[in-house]
Each structure stands twice: as structure tokens, then as C-alpha cells.
Design a protein around this ligand. Sequence first.
Ligand code: HEC
Length: 201
Amino acid sequence: MRRKFIISFSAIILLVIFACILVADRLIHRGFSTRDKPSGVEASLAMSMRDVAIPERYKAMKNPVAVTPKAIHEGMAHWADHCATCHANNGSGDTMYGRTMYPKPPDMRQKDTQEMSDGELYYTIKNGVRLSGMPAFGGPGDGDLDSWKLVAFIRHLPSLTQDEELEMEKLNPKSPDERQEEQQEEDFLRGGSSAPQQPHH
Ligand code: HEC
């Protein structure tokens, strides 16, 4: 009886050790690189973690800001400045940063994002997404109107027009090089010299 127990017990231990070696081996060979497409288990775990992470009361929360063209426009300007580096102006996530991240920013025009409630989008903006590149924005609380306007703009993404996208390109943050180039062009057009100014003392 005792012998039987010891034999089956050791068999279980051996199986567990074997499984650990298998998983470790996979990780060592595949690594945790963000370049790989995640395995199905990893991806669905990440998705359900995200759902669990949003407190229940946000699921039913509606945007307290009236969704007027003005509110959408303000959200659009904010998005172009703060969000487009990763998410792209049109929300596709197809940017230099977005492409190299894992998890990647999703195409927010698609139904996975559009089916999230206003409150869930708001919560994500305010709190970011753990273990991902999505940072938290703005102060705490449920009354941050700027973030609610961003929610209104996210709803508008699927019907973004070309004119709007062009307008956003002007609002995107510029690198120091681009800014200098623009400054030089402006100086040139004004007929001034493009030589750098002497710093004041
Ligand atoms: C540094 C890059 C980065 C910036 C800047 C950024 N995001 Fe994100 N965002 C991400 C990534 C990466 C994800 C995907 C996270 C995940 O799937 O776990 C994400 C996810 C989201 C989601 C969830 C979408 C979904 O379907 O799950 C929302 C909403 C969002 N971002 C809104 C914003 C807004 C609004 C801004 C600007 C105020 C912003 N993000 C700025 C990287 C960024």
C-alpha cells in the first residue's frame, strides 16, 4: 500500500518536473520577445486580464460630455498631440512605435475597441494597461472632461475624414529636426536669414 503510494507520488512529481522543463525550454528558445506573435493561450489570457482589470461600474458608464462636433474636435486635437505617436491619427496603430510594441496598439476602428463601453474606454485612458506600453493619462477621478472628449473622438475614428486627418498631421508632435527645418523655411519665406540666433545673456 505504502509502496504503491510512493510510486504514484514519484510519478506525479516526475511528470511535473518534465512539464516545467518543457515550458522552460520553450521560453528559452522563443524568449519573451515582443517580435513574436504570442501563443493563443498568452493572447487570450492577456485579453481576459484586461477585461477583469476594469471595475464593474465602468461597464455601464456613459459619456457625460455631449458628443458635439466641438467636443469631437477637441478630442481630435488632443489625440493628435498625445496618442497618435503610438495609435496613429486614424487609430490603426500603424506607426513606427506601434508596430514594434507587444502588445501592439489595436486598430481602434475595429469592433473589439468600438464595442467597449464609454466607461471602459475612459478607464483605459485614465489607468493605462498594465504590462503594456499604454500609459495612464490625466489625473484621477471620473470627471476628467478631456479624457471623455477623447472617448468621443475614439467613437468617431471609424468615420474620420481625410480632411480631418490632414488637420491632425499639423498637430502631431514634431521632432527637433523637423521643428528646425520648419523654422528655417519660415525664416527663409520671411526673407530673413536662417542663421541660428545668438543666445541672450
Ligand atoms: C506609448 C504608446 C501609447 C500612447 C502614447 C498611447 N497609447 Fe493607448 N495603447 C497603447 C498600447 C500598446 C495599447 C494596447 C494595450 C493592450 O492591448 O494590452 C493601447 C491601448 C489603448 C486603448 C484600449 C483599446 C482596446 O481596444 O483595448 C485605448 C482606449 C487607448 N489605448 C487610448 C489611448 C489614448 C486616448 C491615448 C492618448 C491620450 C493613448 N492611448 C496613448 C499604446 C499607447
